[in-house]
Design a protein around this ligand. Structure first.
Ligand SMILES: *Cc1c(COP(=O)(O)O)cnc(C)c1O
Length: 376
């Protein structure tokens, strides 16, 4: 929460929930990453918040970009970044999208199987590829499941195939799970990566790069370690597993770059109880799962919520969104404590909402417009 955001909200006259994002905080976050990891290139994960002003600021600061689609490649180019600063990091791409990215100048692609390597060899000949390893996401509040990456036994074959087809077998990547609160979680993946570097090295393929992915957390209700702690832990693991041959490294922060730069202002629409002896109150906001707070799915991300009644006695509340869909409940299994004095019509501030909110908002479910966003 910054004074600039509070000042902006004091002067705002429009109705409806909105996100306000403070670019000064994004700048500070970029500088933290760049200074904590001076030998690592930063590829901002565009999907976390693709607002053009965020991308322009980061391009100016020297950031590179991790993109997931042609539209994101174009957004990164429009921000002023040259194509050599863009990685097409989605492992699931249509061949014609690979071709389009190649025509736009992109030469760095993620893969996790031989079929994807073949698409890239045809549509983006001679490009660099890195193979994504499966990571179990332990310790992460938003784990990434088995959807991306391949087993460590398969990765050498995928990269060897790339090499044979005239691509540059460039390196490995992994993602330890989003909102990863344990800096030691990079160690296992780096150990596996170094074994693959050795294995392929013996077969004449010299990998050069390890993509350390995202996962750097933002502060929600619980304290999180500082970027420096992640940098130290990662550096230690790199030394332990790669010795004097530390490869080129990149990171792809999304949440950690923009999460704490944004605050959503919302309004209490209704407060009620389901029966006279109900122990929890129901508090309905004008924002829910369909217009910005999708990451409350399974109650995984718990946002800090500020009200003007803070300091008063609190009571457990079920917190829900405004739409006519029964899944539009934010916190119920683990009720949210809110002030007893909270009133219908009161404004609430939902902190840490700069990442994964605006673009996760539906185009108009129930007639509720997409989340408004102001970048200041
Ligand atoms: C989403 C994503 C990121 C960003 O993850 P955060 O946890 O938000 O930092 C980085 N890399 C890839 C490949 C991704 O898909």
């Amino acid at each position: 929460m910054t004074d600039r955001i509070l000042e902006f909200l004091r002067n705002r006259r429009e109705d409806g929930p909105c996100l306000v994002l403070d670019l000064d905080v994004v700048r500070e976050n970029y500088v933290s990453f760049a200074s904590a990891m001076p030998d690592t290139r930063v590829y901002y994960a565009v999907k976390a918040n693709p607002d053009p002003r965020v991308l322009e600021l980061l391009a100016k600061l020297g950031s590179c970009f991790d993109t997931a689609s042609v539209v994101e490649v174009e957004a990164a180019l429009a921000s002023g970044a040259t194509a050599d600063r863009i990685s097409f990091g989605n492992t699931i791409k249509k061949e014609r999208d690979i071709k389009r990215a190649y025509e736009l100048g992109v030469r760095l692609f993620a893969v996790d199987c031989e079929a994807e390597v073949e698409k890239i060899a045809r549509a983006a000949p001679g490009s660099k590829v890195f193979c994504r390893l499966l990571c179990d996401g332990k310790g992460a509040e938003w784990p990434l499941s088995r959807k991306f990456g391949c087993d460590v036994d398969l990765a050498p074959r995928v990269l060897e195939h790339a090499h044979r087809l005239g691509l540059v077998a460039y390196g490995l990547s992994f993602h330890v799970g989003s909102q990863q609160r344990n800096p030691a979680m990079w160690d296992g993946a780096l150990k596996a990566a170094s074994a693959i570097f050795n294995d392929l090295g013996e077969r004449g393929i010299a990998l050069q790069m390890v993509n350390l992915g995202g996962g750097f957390p933002t502060r929600y209700l619980k304290e999180v370690p500082a970027v420096r702690a992640y940098a130290q832990s990662i550096m230690q693991s790199l030394r332990k597993h790669f010795g004097n041959h530390i490869p080129e490294t990149i990171i792809e922060p999304g949440r950690g770059m923009v999460g704490n730069a944004g605050v959503i202002e919302a309004e209490v629409v209704l407060i009620s109880r389901k029966s006279d002896d109900d122990v929890v109150k129901w508090v309905y906001l004008d924002i829910g799962k369909f217009n910005g707070l999708a990451e409350t799915m399974d109650e995984m991300i718990r946002y800090p919520i500020r009200t003007s009644f803070d300091g008063d006695e609190t009571e457990p509340c079920v917190l829900a969104g405004p739409s006519c869909d029964s899944v539009d409940v934010l916190y119920e299994k683990d009720p949210y404590h809110l002030p007893v004095s909270l009133e219908i019509g009161a404004k609430v501030l939902i902190e840490g909402t700069g990442a994964y909110t605006t673009t996760y908002s539906s185009v108009g479910f129930n007639g509720f417009p997409p989340l408004k966003s102001y970048v200041i």
